[in-house]
Design a protein around this ligand. Structure first.
Ligand code: UDP
Ligand code: MN
Length: 273
């Protein structure tokens, strides 16, 4: 469908690697939707070239920072101010419906059925389940909604300093109004929940359709041994913030076999990884 798209965001080369893996994982599971990457002006040319091979559209957007260092410091994530840039996705009005996905998500099976849902559909946040997690959400592009969101941000700010706070206070009936807007958790399985509720993960984990590497440590912060197929320096320590080894290996399999060769070509074989 040409008027429906998955949208992601990468403001720098690190998150661009995530976007490459995400886009490849959507293609590997035969999506019929368009793929759009919003990128910051500082994403390097070779990364743009690889993104252009995977995504139908790569759009350069201005970086918008919340500047709310106090709130972000509370969450120990001074880097998240730039997530305000996500709100640009509402301006993609040549699509009638979209699914936004964070660049640190990985698709494990076809999820095109998400397009049957309405704005704003999202899964609960594992930290505060009356809020939705803004790593995966269904939305309807609209300049009017975009304007209202920007006004909302400017006047009220964000309670967590990032996009999730703004979106939850803007779409503030999500938790109570319409259960069809609650996506099942398997569409946004946060890697940290695996350790906070291990029995549930053991029962339902195999049904996961999207894994979200939420938190400070991202898959690209680890390294991978191509000989053994193992992620290096990874220990499974509950509560340590480590990502689940199986999902991490799946991310690295896609990265090393499908993304890295393209990056090497784009950088003229000089890339050292
Ligand atoms: N993001 C980005 N550059 C940054 C930080 C975030 O492009 O420096 C984008 C990226 O799409 C990322 C999303 O904003 O997945 C949300 O940030 P992150 O995933 O780090 O937040 P978390 O899911 O850990 O709360
Ligand atoms: Mn994320």
């Amino acid at each position: 469908m040409a008027d429906q798209a998955y949208v992601t965001l990468a403001t720098n080369d690190e998150y661009a690697k995530g976007a490459m893996v995400l886009g490849t994982s959507l293609r590997n599971h035969n999506t019929t939707k368009q793929l759009v990457a919003l990128i910051g002006p500082h994403v390097a040319e070779p990364c743009r070239a690889v993104l252009n091979c995977i995504y139908d559209e790569v759009c350069v957007v201005d970086i918008w920072d919340s500047g709310d260092t106090a709130q972000l410091a509370l969450m120990k994530r001074p880097d998240l101010g730039v997530t305000f840039t996500k709100l640009h996705c509402w301006t993609l009005t040549h699509y009638t419906k979209c699914v936004f996905m964070d660049a640190d998500t990985l698709v494990l099976s076809n999820i095109d059925e998400l397009f049957e849902r309405e704005e704003l559909s999202a899964a609960p946040d594992p930290g505060w389940p009356d809020c939705f997690n803004s790593g995966v959400f269904v939305f309807k592009p609209s300049n009017e909604t975009h304007r209202s969101l920007v006004t909302h941000c400017t006047e009220k700010g964000s309670f967590d300093g990032g996009d999730q706070g703004v979106l939850n206070s803007f779409f503030n009936t999500w938790s109570t109004a319409d259960i069809s807007k609650h996506l099942p958790f398997i569409y946004n399985l946060s890697s940290i929940s695996i350790y906070t509720y291990l029995p549930a993960f053991q029962k339902y984990g195999h049904e996961a359709k999207v894994v979200h590497f939420l938190g400070k440590l991202k898959p690209w912060n680890y390294s991978y041994d191509t000989q053994t197929g193992k992620v290096k320096g990874h220990t499974l320590t509950p509560g340590s913030g480590d990502l689940h080894p199986d999902f991490l290996v799946q991310w690295w399999n896609v990265y090393s076999s499908e993304v890295l060769p393209a990056l090497r070509d784009a950088y003229g074989e000089t890339l050292f990884c």
